[in-house]
Design a protein around this ligand. Sequence first.
Ligand code: ZN
Length: 270
Amino acid sequence: MSPFIEPFASIWWFVLGTVIGSFLNVCIYRLPRDLSIVSPGSACPACGTPVKWYQNIPVLSWIMLRGKCAHCGTGISLRYPFVELFSGVIVLVTWLYFGPSLGFAIAAPFALAMLVLFFTDYDLKLLPDAITLTGFVTGMAVAWWNPFLEGQGLERIWWALVGACLGSGFLWATGAIYGRLRGVEAMGMGDVKMMALVGAFTGWQGVLFTIFGASVVGAVVGVALVPLRGRSMQDTLPFGCFLAPAAVVAMLYARDLIAWYLRMVLPPTI
Ligand SMILES: [Zn+2]
């Protein structure tokens, strides 16, 4: 990248990321509640006063308002500037990692979608279809150009489909078996649809890594939280909160890691 362009390109992507993050805050609140993400404009949830454009600048407005509504003084959650900042970091880091490429064009939106799913699952234990199913369809539509899938062209569409079926099938089967044993519905259909999205973008390697990684981290965190919060295992974080970050790591590293692992365990062919 030319030194005349570079610092400005990074700043541009970071700032654009925080603006996208501001919109993702709206999505996180409204999508699981079946509200429109276009209208009405943002308003204070306490007094209903519409947010003016200069009070809607990512991160900065929250700092200038010192975390309070300008009209009624009700506190504004630290969540909002955090999501804006984190979205900026996601876009910046993927830009620095991939540069102007298909990798950037696919990894950045994928990670942002995972950010939304993390928080909707955390807040309401819901993974909205507007993200999971739309994401799955998008993943299939862009599979041809997706460098995180194996092979080229048609092969990639095949591997996206395999990943989606494997991911959703695995979670659906686990949920069905677990439900039979315990008489409860352990895995919501939201997780099943989420793994179709993850599989369409990351293939079978991404799916295996995501489910394995999320299960291990989920078990460790679950056990760690029991004495801290005095809750049972079932009351800890929903599974989507572990699937989402694992899927981002999987997109970047699962293929290399699994290929390396297979070379370790399989004897070399003579
Ligand atoms: Zn207010």
